[in-house]
Design a protein around this ligand. Sequence first.
Ligand code: GDP
Ligand code: MG
Length: 238
Amino acid sequence: MLVNVTIPVFNEEKTLPSSIATLHAFLTKHCRFEWEIVVANNASTDSTLEVAQRLSKEFNGVRAVHLDQKGRGRALKKVWSESRADILSYMDVDLSSNLYAFPPLIEALISGGFDIGIGSRLLKASTTRRSLKREVISRTYNLLVKAFFFTKFSDAQCGFKAITKKAAGKLLPMIDDTGWFFDTELLVIAEKLGLRIFDLPVSWVEDLDSRVKIVSTAMDDIKGLIRVRRGFTTGKYR
Ligand SMILES: Nc1nc2c(ncn2[C@@H]2O[C@H](COP(=O)(O)OP(=O)(O)O)[C@@H](O)[C@H]2O)c(=O)[nH]1
Ligand SMILES: [Mg+2]
């Protein structure tokens, strides 16, 4: 059982070395499955690519992938489609989600009980430390997703997710978004097609160094919701 752990990065030269060291040590110590770490860099204008290449030489089981165009969704789609792993996952480089949730997230898929696993900051058992602004935006957005699709998964946007190779093979070709809406598109289509989503409470500590442009991302999200709903009415997803 090989598990891919993708770390999408955009201008993260500062955070990357310590995060890869922490993650590598954690996986070595706490996971009973085999794993690979893939640093997926898009269009960074700092030395992220060079740092990623250096880390891939320094640590066993780490490789670096580079894409010219921006977009976290684009990076995940490429790395996940090209990986030979049985389970594909990603997490934000700032490790905002406590790593102790990672083994249970993956084990839920290994056991065959679930097709997708997501970290959630919005369940009763989640412990989430973030700014009021991000909390309000996150809750409002997730209510909007439910109002649009009557879906049950609790948190579309947590940067901590995993999917089986089989589910990825079915879903990835249907996903059009290359940026932040990629996650929502994946989850809505998955739930509507009857795939099983494991919703796991995480312990989240917000990292204030953010790559998200809130206003333009919110606009893209709303356009995305409308586009995906149209997709369902025209029978695009099946
Ligand atoms: N590959 C790739 N990663 C990105 C891009 N934009 C953001 N990221 C990564 O996505 C993750 C989450 O970004 P972050 O700024 O922490 O988002 P926030 O926690 O929601 O504020 C980080 O690992 C970023 O480096 C992008 O265009 N391409
Ligand atoms: Mg972050």
